[in-house]
Design a protein around this ligand. Structure first.
Ligand code: AHR
Length: 502
């Protein structure tokens, strides 16, 4: 296939909020326990956090981390996780059929977030709890001192407030699997009341209302419309969640997952703007795409389901997807979609961070390593600085079962005036043949290719495992050259690439 791109820093989608490169730590499987936290590991710091994992989190370039769930939050009592560790209760986590020991709670998470250099983003329980618990947690977290809960935080060792800016009003409340699942009408009212109460306490918080759990939900669209009619003046964001997997060998559709994400984002923006128009409001609601990734959820459902009244394991090995080269290319494709909508997607979280559908894996007492998906995320986070550019993309297309005709080449561009660099992110969705891309760089006179990296492999199933931790890494993209104003790139089949020009 072939494609022609015109790149010009004068044409912007919008500035890129660093929160676009967020991730997610849920009390689920081995994300927290034996993931970020493993006291006794040779690399653990005095707080029990693995420094090898912290190093990889920094290398990944993660900006914000959403916590503590996910489905987990809808049954969570945050007070269980504060105070002396030996007095914290063990609880049954109904979402993942596990035992929650509460060794890690909000204090420990904030300590870890500081060590990782990330902004904490918290979700509150609107499944089994409500307004009172939301304002209690907010008082505990953000009030400097002088009230019962703020003083309790100080007594528990945190003299400074946690100062959490961004709060999710529940999690996936449209999903029948969610503890305390509600109708859009009921959730909209509860979210509005909770948001108003939270703002009475701390007007500066940024609030996220739950959108749909995915675009295929039967209530998708009407859910957003109803929820925003109740919450438009109270919240800043509506959430989107989306997970993709290869269904029954339909590789063409899987490789076009970014098309689904594009349609999802554009539908939610249209719905939010329609509600705003109806309310005659000049305010815009942005998107927090606070769960996205490849997840073999349908394929591995049974393997990841724990059952039994006497079987509630601590930190079980569930949702530990091993990602292939193909999955990494799809993650790159999804990042291109997010960048292309950077004006309205102002926050996003790769779900999740460690062990659970994660770019980083660990072995208890053993090493930590990068999955294939680590690379497109880290490279995009590092190179996509400044503004996202409105590219002119004229690509050959092909047919897919799930999304009809799609562009064979996906592309995003960014420009950073401060460093004078321009970056291009490309995916070749053709898994059989290489593709040729011509980029018109007339608006970037004299630029050269500073660096160009590639994810591609003769074996599209190749992955990194405990035994072979560096089987898949980035390689240099050598098949690109610039001649005058014309940049020519040859992309191998099923590949993702990032180029930085200066
Ligand atoms: O990330 C795994 C799960 O996916 C989260 O707990 C839930 O919010 C979503 O369904």
């Amino acid at each position: 296939a072939s494609a022609r791109i015109v790149i010009d820093p004068a044409f912007e989608v919008g500035s890129i909020d660093r929160r676009l490169f967020g991730s997610f730590v849920e009390h689920l499987g081995r994300c927290v326990y034996d993931g970020i936290y493993e006291p006794g590991h040779p690399a653990a710091d005095p707080d029990g956090f693995r420094t090898d994992v912290l190093d990889l989190v920094r290398e990944l370039g993660v900006s914000t981390v959403r916590y503590p769930g996910g489905n987990f939050v809808s049954g969570y009592r945050w007070e269980d996780g504060i105070g002396p560790r030996d007095q914290r209760p063990k609880r049954l986590d109904l979402a993942w059929h596990s035992t929650e020991t509460n060794e890690v709670g909000v204090h420990e998470f904030i300590t870890w977030a500081k060590a990782a250099g990330v902004e904490p983003m918290m979700a509150i329980n609107l499944g089994t709890r409500g307004v009172l618990d939301a304002i209690d947690l907010l008082e505990y977290a953000n009030v400097p001192a002088g009230s019962a809960l703020a003083d309790q935080r100080v007594a528990n060792g945190a003299a400074e407030p946690f100062d959490v800016r961004m709060w999710c009003l529940g999690n996936e409340m449209d999903g029948p699997w969610q503890l305390g699942h509600r109708s859009a009408e009921d959730y909209g009212k509860l979210a509005s009341q909770t948001a108003k109460a939270m703002r009475q306490l701390d007007p500066s918080v940024e609030l996220v209302a739950c959108g749909s759990s995915n675009r295929r939900m039967p209530t998708f669209g009407s859910w957003e419309h109803t929820v925003l009619q109740h919450t438009y003046d109270d919240v800043d964001f509506i959430s989107c969640h989306a997970y993709y997997e290869e269904h029954e060998g339909d590789l063409d559709s899987f490789l076009a997952s970014g098309v689904d994400m594009d349609r999802f984002i554009e539908s939610v923006v249209a719905t939010a703007d329609a509600v705003g128009a109806g309310l005659k409001s000049s305010k815009k609601i942005n998107i927090s795409f606070d769960e996205w990734n490849v997840w073999y959820n349908v394929r591995d459902k049974e393997k990841n389901t724990i059952r039994g009244i006497d079987n509630w394991p601590r930190a079980p090995r569930i949702l530990e997807d091993v990602y292939s080269v193909t999955d990494a290319v799809v993650v790159g494709d999804l990042l291109i979609s997010l960048l292309g909508h950077a004006d309205r997607v102002r926050a996003a979280s790769l779900a999740q961070l460690v062990n659970v559908i994660a770019p980083i894996m660990t072995e208890p007492g053993g090493p930590a390593w990068r999955q294939t998906t680590f690379y497109p995320f880290a490279e995009t986070a590092r190179r996509a600085v400044g503004s996202s550019l409105r590219l002119t993309l004229d690509s050959d297309s092909h047919d897919t079962d799930a999304y009809g005709e799609v562009a064979t080449i996906a592309a995003a561009g960014t420009h950073d005036p401060a460093s004078g660099t321009t970056s291009l992110f490309l995916v070749n969705r053709d898994h059989q043949a290489s593709s040729s891309i011509e980029v018109d760089c007339a608006a970037l006179p004299g630029v050269t290719v500073r660096s160009a990296v590639l994810i591609a492999d003769d074996d599209r199933h190749a992955a990194n495992t405990l035994e072979q931790r560096d089987r898949v890494t980035l390689s240099e993209l050598t098949t690109c050259e610039i001649d005058g104003n014309q940049l020519t790139i040859e992309l191998p089949p099923l590949s993702w690439a990032a180029l930085t020009l200066a």
